[in-house]
Design a protein around this ligand. Structure first.
Ligand code: HXC
Length: 518
C-alpha cells in the first residue's frame, strides 16, 4: 500500500507543477498567476474537488508522444464561492500554451455537463493559444463540442469567462457565448486572428494590445463586460457578479438582509433627488447620482462602463433585492439611443430576464440618434433589439421617467405599452412625440415663416406646445404613467413596487423560440 501511495503522491505532485517550474516562473514573470493559483483565489478555502487530474492527451504526432502533461493543460472541477456550488475550468498556459485539443476539451465539457445537470454556474478561466496545432482537427472538434454546450447552457446556468492571457482563434468564441467576459488589463488579449495575420491580409500594422487588449474590448468592440488591473480584481468581480445572480434560471437571486447595506427601513426618503434635474432641459446631469440615491449603498456594479456611455447598465440592490438597472445617461450625448447603446442595453435586459433579475429603468432620452452613420449601420434593426428585449422580458419591470421621454424612445424604454409593470414619472418629466422647439417648427412651419417676427412666433408656439405636452400629466391621464411622484419618494416607491411584484408570473404563447433581430 505504501508503495502504491508513493506512486499516487508522485503523480499528484507532478500534476501540481503543470508544465514545470521554469514555465511557472515565466508565467509569474509576466504578472500572471498559474491555473491552480487562480482556482484557489476563486473558490472558498478547501472546497475545490478536482476532476481529471491524471488525464493526458492521446496524440503521438509532432513530438507529442514525448510530452505528456498530467491534466492536459486544464484544471477542472467543482467547489463553492461564498458557499454556493460552482463548476470551474482553468487553462494552464504552462502546458503547451494552454492550447486546447481532444482531452483538454473533454475535461471542460465534463464540468459543463455537470453544471447543467446540477443547475450551477460555470466559471471559465481562460489563458490559451487556441487550438493545439499538433492535434489538428480534433482540436477544432473539441472547440465545437464546447461551443455547443455553451449554447445549451445559455440562459439555464450563469456562465462567466475570465480572460487572463492570450485568447486566440477558437479560444474567443466560447467566452463570447457566455454571459459575461472579464479581462485583465495589459496581460490579456482576444482576437480571431492575431496581428501577424492582420498585417498579411489587410496590411494594417497593429499591436496585440491595440487589436484585442482589455481597453479595446471595453470601449471599442464592447466584447468585454468588465476589465480589471490585475487577476485578483478579476476574480473579485466574478464573485460580485455571482452575488446578483441565482444558481440557475429556476431560482431567484439571493436577497441580502434589508438594512445591512441599504441604510435600513425608514431611510428611504431621498430629498437630494429634488435638486438633480437642472433648470434648463438642455443641461446635462449624471444619472449615476440618481442611481446612487435609489440603490442600496455601494451596491451598484456597472457593466460595460466604457462602451456606449450614453446608456448605463449594471446590477444593484434595492432593499436587499438584486435588480438590473438600465438608465439613459444625459451626461453623454444627451442620453440619446444609438446603435451601440441599443445593443448594450438589449443584451443586458435579456441577461437579467434569463436569470430572474427584475429590471429598473431610469428614463431621460431625447430619442434615437439621427444620421447616415446610424441609418446605414442599422439603427432600425439594432434599436429593435432593445424593443424586442424589453417586450419579451417577464421579470418585474419598473420605469421612472426623470425628464425626457420622447418619440420612439419613449415606447422602447420599458413603457407600459410593451409590458412594464409600473411606470413612475417625476414632475419634471416631458412625455411627447418630440421636444417643444422641434414640434413647433414642424406643425407651425407656415405660420412661423409668414410671421413678421419668425423668431418671436417660434418662441410663442414652442411655449404653447410645451404647456400642452412638456409634462407628465397627459400620460398620467391615460394611465401610461401610474403615478407622478415627488423625486424624494423614488426609492420608497421602488422598494414597495418591487416587493409588490415579487411573485409575478407570466405565461407566454407556446413557440419554439422567438426571432429577435440579432
Ligand atoms: C500548440 C502552442 C500553441 C498552440 C502556443 N503554444 N500556442 N502549442 N498549439 N496553438 C506553445 C508554444 O509552442 C510554446 O511552447 C508555449 O505554448 C508558449 O508559447 P509562446 O509563443 O512561447 O508564448 P507567448 O510568446 O506568450 O505567445 C503566446 C501566443 C503565441 C500569442 C498564444 O504562442 C501564439 O501566437 N500561438 C499561436 C496562436 C494560434 O494561432 N492558435 C491557433 C488559432 S486557430 P514551448 O514548448 O516553447 O513552451 C484556432 C482555430 C479554432 O484556434 C477555430 C474554432 C472556431
Amino acid at each position: 500500500m505504501e508503495k502504491s501511495m508513493d506512486r499516487l503522491e508522485r503523480m499528484q505532485a507532478e500534476a501540481m507543477l503543470g508544465g514545470g517550474q521554469k514555465r511557472i516562473d515565466a508565467q509569474h514573470a509576466k504578472g500572471k498567476l498559474t491555473a491552480r493559483e487562480r482556482v484557489g483565489l476563486l473558490l472558498d478555502d478547501g472546497s475545490f474537488e478536482e476532476l481529471g487530474q491524471l488525464v493526458t492527451h492521446r496524440s503521438n504526432l509532432f513530438g507529442l508522444d514525448k510530452q505528456h502533461f498530467l491534466g492536459d493543460g486544464v484544471v477542472t472541477g467543482y467547489g463553492t464561492v461564498n458557499g454556493r456550488p460552482v463548476y470551474v475550468f482553468s487553462q494552464d498556459f504552462t502546458v503547451l500554451g494552454g492550447s486546447l485539443a481532444e482531452a483538454h476539451a473533454e475535461k471542460i465539457c465534463r464540468v459543463m455537463d455537470l453544471a447543467l445537470d446540477n443547475g450551477a454556474p460555470v466559471i471559465g478561466l481562460n489563458d490559451s493559444g487556441g487550438a493545439r496545432i499538433q492535434e489538428g482537427v480534433v482540436s477544432l472538434g473539441g472547440y465545437a463540442d464546447i461551443f455547443h454546450r455553451n449554447v445549451q447552457a445559455s440562459g439555464v446556468v450563469p456562465q462567466i469567462s475570465a480572460i487572463l492571457g492570450p485568447c486566440a482563434g477558437g479560444a474567443v468564441y466560447s467566452p463570447a457565448l457566455t454571459d459575461f467576459i472579464v479581462m485583465t488589463e495589459g496581460t490579456s488579449y482576444m482576437f480571431v486572428t492575431g496581428p501577424n495575420v492582420v498585417k498579411t491580409v489587410t496590411h494594417e500594422e497593429v499591436t496585440a494590445e491595440q487589436l484585442g487588449g482589455a481597453s479595446t474590448h471595453a470601449s471599442k468592440s464592447g466584447v468585454a463586460h468588465l476589465t480589471c488591473p490585475n487577476e485578483v480584481a478579476v476574480i473579485d468581480q466574478i464573485k460580485a457578479l455571482l452575488s446578483y445572480l441565482p444558481q440557475n434560471c429556476e431560482e431567484q437571486p439571493a436577497m441580502e438582509a434589508y438594512g445591512v447595506n441599504s441604510g435600513g427601513a425608514g431611510g428611504e426618503l431621498r430629498p437630494a433627488l429634488r435638486d438633480v434635474i437642472p433648470e434648463s432641459a438642455m443641461q446635462p446631469y449624471d444619472i449615476r447620482t440618481v442611481a446612487a440615491e435609489i440603490l442600496d449603498a455601494d451596491s451598484f456594479l456597472e457593466i460595460q462602463p466604457d462602451y456606449a456611455p450614453n446608456i448605463i447598465v449594471g446590477f444593484g440592490r434595492i432593499a436587499g433585492r438584486s435588480i438590473g438597472l438600465v438608465a439613459n445617461q444625459p451626461a453623454y450625448l444627451a442620453g440619446v439611443l444609438d446603435i451601440n447603446a441599443s445593443k448594450k442595453a438589449a443584451r443586458f435586459v435579456r441577461t437579467c430576464d434569463a436569470f430572474n433579475v427584475p429590471l429598473l429603468v431610469l428614463e431621460d432620452v431625447p430619442g434615437f440618434l439621427p444620421g447616415t452613420d446610424q441609418e446605414w449601420g442599422g439603427i432600425i434593426s439594432n434599436g429593435a433589439k432593445l424593443l424586442y428585449a424589453f417586450s419579451e422580458a417577464t421579470v418585474p419591470r419598473v420605469t421612472v421617467i426623470t425628464r425626457k421621454a420622447y418619440g420612439g424612445a419613449y415606447d422602447v424604454m420599458n413603457s407600459k405599452h410593451i409590458g412594464a409593470d409600473m411606470n413612475f414619472a417625476w414632475p419634471s418629466a416631458e412625455i411627447a412625440v418630440m421636444g417643444a422647439k422641434g414640434a413647433a417648427e414642424i406643425i407651425f412651419r407656415k405660420e412661423i415663416s409668414e410671421a413678421d417676427d419668425p423668431a418671436g412666433k417660434l418662441a410663442e408656439k414652442e411655449a404653447e406646445y410645451a404647456e400642452l405636452f412638456a409634462h407628465p400629466y397627459r400620460a398620467a391621464s391615460r394611465g401610461y404613467v401610474d403615478e407622478v411622484i415627488d423625486p424624494a419618494q423614488t426609492r420608497q416607491k421602488l422598494i414597495r413596487a418591487f416587493d409588490m411584484l415579487r411573485n409575478k408570473s407570466v405565461a407566454r404563447p407556446k413557440r419554439k423560440h422567438g426571432n429577435p433581430p440579432l
